[in-house]
Design a protein around this ligand. Structure first.
Ligand SMILES: [Fe+2]
Ligand SMILES: [Fe+2]
Length: 436
């Protein structure tokens, strides 16, 4: 990892992480890169940093030397976001430098004090709000815009007015390791760009999705800026077409409420032998209706892959096995996380994949399952709409009709096909209208 000039007086420093779970939770099969930026006017500012894990801050310091700079030269330390993946390096920095100006929102200042003991006894505090500027000299001017909750409440973005570079930290970021040679969209081939778009989607779904309203507000707020380079805290720099990543994030934020892709995600649990054939029937029915399908067995598939899959899919099928619990806990966990991430308004149906049970037992179990699903959806106000033409009424009414007397294979086939037809035919519209 080397320091790279991305435009006049703006440099990218970076560090990779791999072989660990990001935030201790999210797999990184393709690694992850954290970016830090130097803006060099008459004065020098560093915008965001890297984590504090073994060897990582040292990587950053070494890159200073490549620019013939010393960390002692830093006048401004700009913190767009206080999460440790961008601020952990402050602990080693504190050991060698003091007296710099700390630039952040007032909320971030409080966190800087509690996380790192950075107060006015150690450095000069320079709280900023939207519209504030710092003139670095030699034409370089930093302007700040608060974008709260992308992804913590203290978050802001920094815009350099001379080069029109937006330093957006978590916003517009992605998973995936970035090489020094191919760090920006202008040198990447189409398949590499596609890779980073997919890694951005997984990053967004895992880390940012719960704050989709804040993302929409941030994009609106940043619109008046003439952005020519997007330089995020994770992933590639967007120089050739910065609007591409802004539009992707805009679309992802919309997907939380307006799922735009005519695709179906199947989530199922249980034994291959007893449930596998039902899932095959559902998968085939969806494909035959001309619809793309994503199939995830839990707990085998990590939730971090299911979240982006459901985020892009208009339809969801839940294959629930016969179990002592109405819904097995790995599936409850997935549904709960979909609610927490605010993935709203999918069309769905579920089935109980059990053949040899007495009709009365099936009815009882189905009522319990329906009740648990409803409770979960109400808890997070998910507004998922059940599409099951064969089942009449809902739990709590006298109209409840079980599928006790229908052929299960036929039932799954017909419902999967019906769901696929519905999501394929319908145009993208607000959900309220979609399900009217
Ligand atoms: Fe973050
Ligand atoms: Fe981050």
């Amino acid at each position: 990892m080397h320091a790279i000039s991305i435009t006049d007086g703006v440099y990218r420093l970076s560090a990779h992480i791999e072989g660990i779970l990001f935030e201790g939770m999210w797999p990184l099969p393709h690694g992850m890169t954290m970016n830090s930026y130097i803006v060099k006017g008459k004065d020098i500012a560093i915008i965001d940093g890297v984590c504090g894990w073994d060897g990582v801050p040292e990587t950053l310091f070494r890159q200073f030397e490549e620019l013939s700079l010393s960390v002692q030269d830093i006048r401004y330390v700009v913190l767009n976001h206080m999460e440790p993946d961008h601020t952990g390096w402050l602990t080693p920095l504190k050991k060698v430098v003091r007296g710099f100006e700390l630039v952040a929102t007032p909320k971030a200042m409080r966190l800087a004090k509690s996380f790192f003991g950075l107060d006015n006894s150690f450095c000069e505090l320079h709280p900023v709000k939207s519209g504030d500027q710092i003139d670095l000299g030699n034409g370089k001017i930093l302007r700040f815009e608060e974008i709260p909750n992308v992804h913590w409440p203290e978050t802001m973005a920094t815009f350099e007015e001379n080069t029109h570079t937006l330093f957006s930290c978590d916003a517009f970021g992605s998973f995936g390791k970035v090489s020094d040679e191919e760090y920006s969209d202008d040198v990447l081939a189409e398949d590499q760009l596609q890779f980073f778009k997919e890694e951005a989607t997984r990053y967004y779904a895992n880390i940012v999705a719960a704050f989709f309203l804040a993302v929409q507000k941030a994009i609106e707020k940043l619109k008046p800026l003439d952005i020519r380079i997007v330089a995020p805290g994770h992933g590639i720099v967007w120089k050739k077409n910065p609007q591409k990543i802004i539009d992707l994030y805009s679309r992802l934020a919309q997907w939380s409420i307006y799922p735009t892709e005519p695709e179906i995600t199947i989530i199922w649990a249980g034994k291959e032998r007893s449930m596998g054939s039902f899932i095959q029937i559902a998968t085939e029915a969806v494909k035959q209706a001309g619809c793309r399908v994503h199939v995830h067995k839990v707990p085998n598939t990590h939730i971090s892959y299911i979240l982006p899959s459901v985020l892009r899919s208009r339809g969801v099928i839940l294959g629930i096995p016969y179990s002592a619990e109405p819904i097995p806990s790995p599936m409850v966990h997935v549904l709960d996380d979909l609610g927490r991430k605010r993935i709203l308004g999918r069309s769905f149906f579920w089935f109980l994949g059990a053949e040899s049970i007495e009709p009365q037992d099936r009815i009882q179990l189905e009522v319990s399952i329906e009740g648990e699903i409803n409770r979960m959806f109400e808890k997070y106000q998910m507004r998922w709409i059940e599409m099951d033409p064969q089942r009449l009424g809902t739990v709590g009414t006298n109209q409840w009709t079980s599928n006790a007397n229908v052929d299960l294979n036929e039932y799954i086939y017909q419902n999967a096909r019906h769901l696929a037809q519905q999501v394929t035919l319908r145009e993208r519209r607000p959900l309220e209208a979609l399900h009217a």
